[in-house]
Each structure stands twice: as structure tokens, then as C-alpha cells.
Ligand binder design. Sequence first.
Ligand code: FO1
Length: 324
Amino acid sequence: MIPEFMEASKYLKVTALAGGVGGAKLLVGLDKVLQPGHLSAVVNTGDDFSHFGLHISPDLDSVCYALAGLADSVHGWGRKDESWQVLEEIRRFGAPDWFALGDRDLAWHLERQRLLSEGKTLTEVTAHFCEVFGIQSRVLPMCDEPAPTLIKTKEGEWLAFQDYFVRLKCQPEIADIALLGNREIAASDLVIEAMLEADLIVLAPSNPWVSIDPILALRGVRNSLQGKPVVAVSPIIQGSALKGPAAKMFADLGIHPSSEAVRQHYEELLDGFIFDDLDLPDAENWQSSAIINQSFQTIMKNDEDKIALAEAVISLGARILQGR
Ligand code: FO1
């Protein structure tokens, strides 16, 4: 890419929609490539739940820990250099231990709960976390009110997402997914503002069904995307997801999991789509469409990979903007 074009694209304002671990990695790359303050991350809160009386926000924490350089690189969630004294005692009590809270992680859950109990919004609490940990990008919960993603099993039971994903280890077969607790909920004003002021919208490589769709389902989001270039990165490579139940969800819902299935899932929104090099052979016979499809290495093993993918996303977005 020509240097001055490369330089210009770093001045773009990007708003990225993301969920947990996979999306967080691309956000780290975008955070490093873009100008300070030019990245807004709109993060799914459909996984949020209450545990030991504490408000847990798994996707927000995965994103914030990743951007702060504090994420445990083995799991992708929770803190690095963690200890598990509290969890050991919880186990000794016979109390619920299915959701592993490390000691350092727990400190943040306690502080978040304290601030929420004082009447602060989740948006304000998350901004405080970013300030404390020196995160230069904006991290915005998708909304400030409860908007749980609910999983309906083939047996007709409704589960909160983390119950399905962590407690039951994705065993139940999914019959249906209900977003936003089956209610009409508006995105926060700051989220709509971040969408409207963006030059480029990015759908990070997160689970389309339970990380990206909840954000797109919020009132005001799809309207605020009108006229904006939208680039998505596939979270599915050669039919499987690097982490989490995305591929299984496609299959449970009767769709063969593939990067093509992801592209079709977002079809009417997209101007650009980046899929992994490993899926290039399949892409040869994708039906042509207005979307610019580009293969790239989407597996991010280190910061260099995250930066390279972020640059590929930004340059595809800049190319779309130039073509307008
Ligand atoms: N995922 C697991 O598979 N097992 C866990 O015990 C677990 C604990 C946990 C604690 C805090 C947190 O922020 C996330 C945690 N996760 C755990 C991951 C979580 O389920 C989300 O999927 C990720 O945070 C991605 O957003």
C-alpha cells in the first residue's frame, strides 16, 4: 500500500463492534494502529449476569483487559499473573465454582459493583476502568440496561448465555436465541454518537449470533450505520471458530459453518469482508456481490498479527471510502 495512503488511513475514526476474546484481539491491533482516541469499541453486554451478587460483564472485561495488556494470554479472559485463593475457599465452602474468578479479577468485579451501587452507569464504570488502566480507546457497553442473550435448548429450556457457555460447556443443542431479553432496547447515546462520528465501522471477529447481533438489534444502531462503510472479519476459519460456540451455533441452527455463512449472515450490511487465507479456495465460487472480499491471515497469535490484521481492515475501509 502506498505510504501516504497508509498514513492517511491512520487518521480514520473507527467504531468497532465486538464481543469477547477474538474481537478483543483485533481491537488491540486497531488501538495500536489508529491515532489515540480514534477507536471506539462497542461491546456486547448480553453475556452479563449476576454472580455472588456481583455484576459480571465478561465481554467488557475481556476487551478492557486486552486493551490494558492485562489479559491472560492462555485463556483470553481474566487477568494474567493471577492467583486463585478466593476460588479455592469458595470450592471448600461447596459454593458455585463453575465461573472461575481470580483474585485480581475479583477486585475489579467488587469495585464495579460498588460503583454501580452508588448509581453510576455501566458506561461510566467502564470509562473509569479505562482511565485507571490507561486505555486510550473508548470502550462502550452497548447499552446501560440489562439486555441478556437467552439460549433456548432443544428441550425447551431457556438459559442465560454464560450458563450455556461455561456452566454447561455448550452441551445443550440450541433451538433458538433470544436477544436483549426479548425486549426493545435502545443503544446508549454514546454508542449512537460513536457510530455517527465514525469514518469506518468494523464488525470484529466475534460470534455473529451472540456478540455482534445483540448490538445490531439495539434500537438506533442499524439506522446509524446507514451510509457508513462496514467491514467484517470472519470468526470462522475452515468451518470452525478459534474459540467459543460460533460454529456450533451455525450448525445447531441448520447452517453449515463457514466464512461464507458469516458473510451471508451480515450480507446486507457489508461493504468489505475479510476471511482467512485458509478459506481462499472456497471463496473462488462465492457468488459475486457488491461486497469486496479479501483473504488475509486472521489468526492472531501475537501483537504483530493483530497489527497486521488491523492495518488490512483499515486499508480495506479506506479503499471503500475512496471508491465512493
Ligand atoms: N470462560 C470459561 O470458559 N470458564 C470460566 O471459568 C470463565 C471465567 C471467567 C471469569 C471472568 C471473565 O471475565 C470471563 C470468564 N470466562 C470464562 C470467559 C467468558 O465466559 C467469556 O466468554 C469471555 O470473557 C469472552 O467474552
